[in-house]
Design a protein around this ligand. Sequence first.
Ligand code: CA
Length: 137
Amino acid sequence: MRINYQPPSGEDFLRFEVPGDGLLRKPDGSAFQPGDSILITVTVVDPARFEFRFEPAGLQFSPDHPARLKLYYYNANHDFDDDGVVDSTDTAIEHTLDLWRQEAAGSPWFRIASVKFEELDEVDANILSFTEYALAW
Ligand SMILES: [Ca+2]
C-alpha cells in the first residue's frame, strides 16, 4: 500500500509492502493457512510527526520474509531543531533519524533497526509485528 503527499507534490509519503509469504500469525496467535487474507489498516496519527498506527495490533510477519515499511521525508521541513535555519545542526539531527515503535498508546517508544538513505530522504525498516511506528531522533 501507498500513501502519497498531498498535491502538488503527490510523491510517496509511506509505502508498506508485504511479501506473498510474509504473513505469520493472526492477532489471536493462530497461524495463517494458504488462502487466508487479512485487512490491514494504516492510520496517520500525525503526518507532521510521521506517526502511524498499524492494525490489527498483534499481527505478526515472518522473520524470514518480513513486511517492509518505507517512509519518505523529502517534503518535511528540514529545519529539524526549529530554529529558523537549515544548517549543520539539522544535518547532524538527520544523521540520527530512525524508526521508533510503541507497543501501545502511552507505552515507551523504542528505536528499531532501520536503513536510512539520506540522499533520498528515505528510511526503510523490516516490520515483524503491528503497533505504532514513528520517524524521530
Ligand atoms: Ca535548524
